[in-house]
Design a protein around this ligand. Structure first.
Ligand SMILES: Nc1nc2c(c(=O)[nH]1)N[C@H]1C(S)=C(S)[C@@H](COP(=O)(O)OP(=O)(O)OC[C@H]3O[C@@H](n4cnc5c(=O)[nH]c(N)nc54)[C@H](O)[C@@H]3O)O[C@H]1N2
Ligand SMILES: Nc1nc2c(c(=O)[nH]1)N[C@H]1C(S)=C(S)[C@@H](COP(=O)(O)OP(=O)(O)OC[C@H]3O[C@@H](n4cnc5c(=O)[nH]c(N)nc54)[C@H](O)[C@@H]3O)O[C@H]1N2
Ligand SMILES: [Mo]
Length: 627
């Protein structure tokens, strides 16, 4: 109630309600409604730092903010292309699916600057036979190592290869490589895209991609033979200056061959948090166009705020400017996950009220506002007992399937409140009573929240409560899957990339490297469990820079020597960290890699993807000096 008292005293627009991607659909729905009843759309979430690029790119291209692939499609595919995703470390369950795909001898073509072990060989711990013989499944059948931010060029190269093979097929009368019928019926702007492919020279492509032409020819030839192709991608595409263009280029490649909206094919962004996609689906979004505000107004009898709220980068800017009075974090570790760590930590004290709803202590909880609350909550595996009995919560996965989850364990403490309960109590303490918003009934029976979600999104959540127990979850409808394109043109759009390099413009300054920040298997985002990166063979420390040997020698650093990294931008701010051990790694010259979140002090807040504002964490311009 103290929190409610304080919130009542602020201008709602000077407060921020952050969400990490874990809260259930039920909690998320209640949380966004709380924010709007209170009077703002400042609902940044972790996806602003993650797949926001996807949420901007895909609607322009194919009219949906989410991927089009279902798990079943993997059983029907005969080719997989993967860009900028590290399956072994970050999505080991998908590795099991890929193992099955490989057992059908399907080619998997991987593009990643680093040689990631998880893509190379996999021994399935759930298959005792394989553990005994120790004969790993080879996952990637082709492995190409472009420079960081080189993917647009790579995909231009592959597109050129497809055109050349198609020209050849036309003259020899062999089967066409392009799906002409699909292009004519379903797409727009192919001629402009084709012209761009033809006029872009191989020299530029080789230079910007960091790959030899033969690599793109090999990948293109494999893709040209396939009948059903899935394109997988992760942070290696989304976290770049031209991240949106990179994702759209991948869609272009699929459209050329009609690979969207048929079994075994499609675009597959691999998400991180368990419900990060679902939170968006039920209204945690700062952009009002993504939210059915009229429906909320009608259901709950209020006037929702109509102007866009702050996403993560804008929230950081406002905190730096001292404009934010209160910050509520529904999970997550905001201060550690965002760029510009030094300045953000220093400015956090200017926030009057800081509230964290969390299952685990994290560093963010030690950095406090003038008044701070840490509200511990149940974790999903714990039994959530409410007035109507034990409760179920739901989530949406990367393939738009809705899953139910029931807690199994006795809660860590009898006094722990559930997330929906905490959100309801905060809302009740802050807002004037509104008989149309039955917070207590919702908490007593989460099924009633699901009814409210269904009432708000009738097309998406038809018969929500009835379908909870569908094995494998039930899919939300995605129009592009049925080749319905909810774009302005009513077609799928070929989009022209703004440049060949997705990274910053380095003006060919060979003193500046592109620093990729990435994860190890022994961490979940900002929670670091241990200092071993088993899959990369790195042990005992995370203050490591993985560097090409020639670069290391060029910078005069001894083998396993120490170095200082300094961000190479002229904005008057010194961002510099020492004490990194430099190790020789299989990575292209000009690109190096180190761990997130340790390196976030090096990432300028204004270095983000155009349009989506996803921080460009996959190429920080840095200079390296021996220490
Ligand atoms: N164990 C574990 N699992 C996790 C997480 C975790 O922290 N730990 N985090 C979760 C979350 S929130 C997310 S979003 C996902 C993230 O999963 P991923 O999308 O796999 O993210 P990253 O580990 O950041 O690494 C991306 C990969 O892209 C490569 N890469 C970097 N730059 C480029 C580039 O320019 N081009 C190409 N082609 N590749 C590039 C890197 O070498 C790396 O292998 O994982 C989720 N799963
Ligand atoms: N440099 C750099 N920066 C990055 C990235 C990068 O690759 N490089 N990746 C970005 C990405 S992809 C992401 S998603 C963000 C991650 O940003 P966040 O989502 O903010 O960070 P997490 O570490 O996932 O948050 C974990 C905390 O959430 C709480 N928590 C866990 N489960 C629950 C739950 O069920 N309920 C509640 N209430 N709390 C819970 C715990 O207290 C835990 O400490 O970081 C981004 N930042
Ligand atoms: Mo993420």
């Amino acid at each position: 109630s103290d929190i409610g008292q304080k919130l009542k005293g602020y201008d709602p627009k000077s407060t921020v309600f952050y969400a990490s991607g874990r809260a259930s659909l039920e909690t998320s729905y209640m949380y966004q409604l709380f924010a709007r009843l209170y009077g703002h759309n400042n609902l940044p979430d972790s996806s602003n730092m993650c797949h926001e690029t996807t949420s901007v790119a895909l609607p322009q291209s194919i009219g949906t903010p989410v991927g089009t692939v279902l798990l079943d499609d993997f059983a029907a595919t005969d080719c997989i292309l993967s860009f900028g995703q590290n399956v072994g470390t970050n999505s080991p369950r998908l590795l099991h699916t890929l193992q099955e795909v490989r057992e059908r001898n399907v080619p998997i073509v991987v593009f990643n600057p680093l040689r990631e072990r998880g893509w190379e060989a996999f021994v399935n711990p759930q298959r005792p036979g394989q553990m005994l013989t120790n004969a790993p499944t080879q996952i990637a059948t082709q492995y190409h190592q472009p420079r960081a931010g080189g993917d647009i060029a790579v995909m231009m190269g592959i597109g050129k290869v497809l055109l050349a093979l198609d020209d050849e097929a036309k003259t020899t009368g062999r089967a066409r490589v392009l799906d002409e019928a699909f292009i004519a019926e379903h797409t727009q702007d192919f001629p402009a895209f084709e012209a761009r492919l033809r006029e872009t020279g191989w020299d530029e492509i080789v230079e910007a991609s960091g790959l030899p032409r033969a690599a793109m020819e090999a990948a293109g030839a494999t893709y040209a033979k396939a009948t059903a192709t899935i394109a997988i991608y992760g942070m290696g595409l989304t976290q770049h200056r031209l991240g949106v263009d990179s994702v759209q280029m991948l869609v272009n490649l699929l459209l050329m061959r009609g690979q969207i909206g048929k079994p075994g094919a499609g675009i597959c962004p691999v998400r991180g948090h368990s419900n990060v996609q679902g939170q968006r689906t039920v209204g945690i979004a700062e952009k009002v166009e993504l939210v059915p505000l009229d429906k909320l107004a009608e259901l709950y009898g209020f006037v929702p705020p109509r102007e866009d709220g702050m996403a993560t980068v804008e929230a950081c800017e406002a905190i730096i400017a001292g404009e934010i009075r209160a910050f509520i974090g529904l999970g997550g570790n905001f201060v550690r996950a965002i760029p510009e760590r030094e300045l953000m930590e220093a400015k956090w004290g200017g926030i009057d009220l800081s509230v964290q709803i969390a299952t685990k202590l994290n560093r963010c909880h030690l950095i406090t506002g003038r008044t701070s609350y840490l509200l511990p909550t149940l974790v999903r595996s714990e039994i959530d007992e409410q007035a109507s009995g034990p409760q179920i919560v739901t989530m949406e996965d990367s393939t738009t399937c809705i899953h139910a989850s029931r807690g199994k364990w006795k809660p860590a403490a009898g006094t722990l409140l559930s997330e929906p309960r905490i959100v309801a109590e905060l809302a009740k303490a802050t807002l004037a009573p509104n008989p149309k918003v039955p917070w207590d009934d919702w908490v007593a029976d989460y099924g009633k929240v699901r009814d409210a979600i269904e009432a708000t999104y009738p097309d998406q959540f038809e018969r929500f409560n009835e379908r909870l127990d569908t094995p494998g979850g039930f899919p939300r409808p995605v129009a592009a899957r049925d080749r319905r394109w909810e774009t302005e043109s009513g077609k799928a759009n070929f989009k022209l990339p703004k440049g060949l390099s997705a990274s910053f413009d380095d003006g060919r300054d060979h003193g500046v490297l592109r620093l990729i920040t990435l994860r190890s298997n022994d961490q979940f985002n900002t929670t670091v469990y241990g200092y071993d990166d088993r899959l990369r063979g790195i042990h005992g420390s995370r203050m490591i820079v993985m560097m090409n040997r020639d670069d290391r020698i060029r910078f005069g650093i001894a083998e396993k020597g120490t170095a200082r990294l300094t961000t190479a931008v002229d904005d008057g701010v010194l961002r510099s960290m020492g004490g990194f051990e430099v190790i020789d790694y299989d990575i292209p010259a000009g690109t190096c890699a180190a761990y997130f979140p340790e390196c976030n002090a090096l990432l300028p807040l204004w270095q983000f993807a155009e349009e989506s504002k996803t921080p460009a964490a996959k190429s920080i311009p840095i200079r390296v000096a021996a220490e």
